[in-house]
Design a protein around this ligand. Structure first.
Ligand SMILES: Nc1ncnc2c1ncn2[C@@H]1O[C@H](COP(=O)(O)OP(=O)(O)OP(=O)(O)O)[C@@H](O)[C@H]1O
Length: 261
């Protein structure tokens, strides 16, 4: 694998993210060090995927900024949630993994010998030899996840973002993919992963950002995931949902008033 290991520090400065000008995550401040393994945890709707999309350059901040230390936002490899991936798209495993080389060879460029070797090696690393001609829709959940990781290997970027990479896959596959993440980090790459499995976070991610629409804790994983912080995250999230319901009620009341008069 080539040396895409010069990951920059990524700095979040008073970062607020949201949709249609409605904030979903507020005022995040912090730094992700080069080569760090950062887990992003929190209840449903806490804003974890929103943060990852912003780090991937797919969502512009409503406020504040993300500093990539001079690195192009294209130097980020992003694995979206499996539910966001169209597996019915008629493409086989080899071509899907080769899509990781797109930034280097262009949309219509042919893979040269070095890229072909890289694709083959990635397929071998994730244990999918023999599956090269299979279409995505014929893969099991775990095999699909391996194919996605192979594509990340081919992308060969210094910053890797993973959104719930271990949903519904078995322990053996999780172990293999965790080994790959450890290897990426040993090469100096930064890995940021949204995870619900707290045992995996404790095992494999030294640092954690616990989110509940705002930062509850950002630091060592053991401290971040203590009972007190987890309870607080849940409470903050529920309080935010209550407030959101109240806001919606106000809006509907206002609409009713408009219709009456
Ligand atoms: N495309 C969108 N348009 C409008 N609102 C959105 C959009 N995507 C997410 N949201 C809202 O932003 C908030 C944060 O969502 P996000 O998906 O980031 O949460 P999450 O922490 O990843 O949740 P989960 O654990 O359920 O995946 C939620 O209230 C969600 O409804």
């Amino acid at each position: 694998m080539s040396a895409a290991a010069n990951a920059p520090a990524i700095r979040l400065v008073n970062l607020t993210l949201g949709y249609d000008r409605r904030p979903a995550v507020h005022h995040l401040e912090g730094e992700i060090a080069p080569g760090e393994g950062l887990a992003v945890c929190g209840p449903n709707g806490a804003g974890k995927s929103t943060l990852l999309k912003a780090l991937a350059g797919l969502l512009a901040p409503l406020g504040g900024d993300i500093h990539f230390g001079g690195l192009s936002p294209r130097a980020v490899a992003y694995l979206p949630q499996v539910v966001d991936i169209d597996r019915a798209f008629p493409i086989n495993v080899r071509d899907f993994v080769a899509m990781g080389a797109l930034a280097r060879v262009g949309l219509f460029g042919a893979l040269n010998a070095a890229e072909q070797i890289r694709v083959g090696a990635a397929i071998e690393t994730v244990g999918l030899v023999g599956f090269e001609s299979r279409t995505l829709e014929t893969l099991s959940g775990g095999q699909m996840q391996r194919a996605l990781f192979a594509r990340l290997i081919v992308q060969d970027q210094p910053v890797i973002l993973l959104d719930e990479p271990f949903g519904a896959i078995d322990a053996a596959t999780i172990d293999d993919l965790l080994a790959l993440i450890a290897r990426w980090r040993a090469e100096g790459r930064t890995v940021v992963a949204v995870l619900h499995e707290l045992d995996i976070v404790r095992r494999a991610f030294p640092r954690t950002l616990l989110l509940a629409r705002e930062c509850i804790f950002w630091g060592d994983t053991r401290d971040a995931l203590c009972e007190k912080n987890l309870v607080r995250a849940r409470a903050m999230s529920e309080a935010f949902d209550e407030r959101a319901r109240d806001c919606l009620r106000d809006e509907f009341d206002a609409e009713d008033r408009l219709h009456v008069h």
